[in-house]
Design a protein around this ligand. Structure first.
Ligand code: IMP
Ligand code: MG
Length: 183
């Protein structure tokens, strides 16, 4: 295939920008102030779930003023049919202990809610001082398990979205905005 044709096909999948760069930036500033207000100078640990949340993590950690450490984990949830086994396989664990720490999970998107439901269980079992969840995007209409984030920056309809860390087949994570993917 010609190079031009490949580029055209790649770009044709970016159907429509649904959240632009400026909108993301101002929502993140607001989220930073929300975090500063809640923790009021107390040190926090931001835990990002890879890979999808890596861009959001990079921006939100620069929007908070409280003393802040960052950590990453990679996790996959296993499902039996349509119901979660409640078991999350951690493919890369945190490189630190979170006992007695104020932890905020930084996630890209909550869809069925299974992944975060499982991760919250795992992290709670490690006895953090507190545990909250901040998600960039939320698709509440897709929920299968009852899960609510402490803060969600944008609620979106049941669309498959790409960009700003979110992928389709590992591509499009580097788009600076969030777009609807053309199936
Ligand atoms: P959940 O366990 O169904 O809530 O899964 C959430 C995970 O599915 C996210 O962390 C994403 O990796 C992925 N995901 C869900 N919806 C989308 C989407 O619209 N675009 C890209 N990835 C998505
Ligand atoms: Mg993810």
């Amino acid at each position: 295939m010609q190079k031009e044709e490949q580029i055209k096909q790649y770009q044709a999948r970016i159907k429509k920008v649904i959240i632009g760069e400026d909108e993301i930036r101002s929502a993140i500033q607001k989220a930073g102030r929300y975090i500063d207000d809640i923790y009021d100078g107390k040190p926090i640990v931001l835990v990002s779930i890879l890979k999808g949340a890596f861009v959001f993590m990079a921006d939100i950690c620069r929007a908070v003023s409280v003393p802040c450490e960052i950590a990453f984990m990679c996790a996959k949830s296993y499902y039996e049919g349509t119901s979660s086994s409640g078991v999350v396989r951690i493919t890369m664990d945190l490189d630190r202990d979170i006992t007695d720490c104020h932890v905020i999970i930084i996630e890209d998107i909550i869809d069925t809610g299974r992944t975060l439901n499982d991760i919250v269980k795992v992290l709670k079992s490690r006895n953090p001082a507190s545990l909250r969840v901040v998600t960039l995007l939320d698709k509440p209409s897709r929920r299968v398990v009852d899960f609510k984030a402490d803060m969600s920056l944008f609620t979106i309809p049941d669309l498959f979205v790409i960009g700003y860390g979110l992928d389709c087949g590992e591509r499009y994570r580097n788009l600076p905005y969030i777009a609807e993917y053309a199936e």
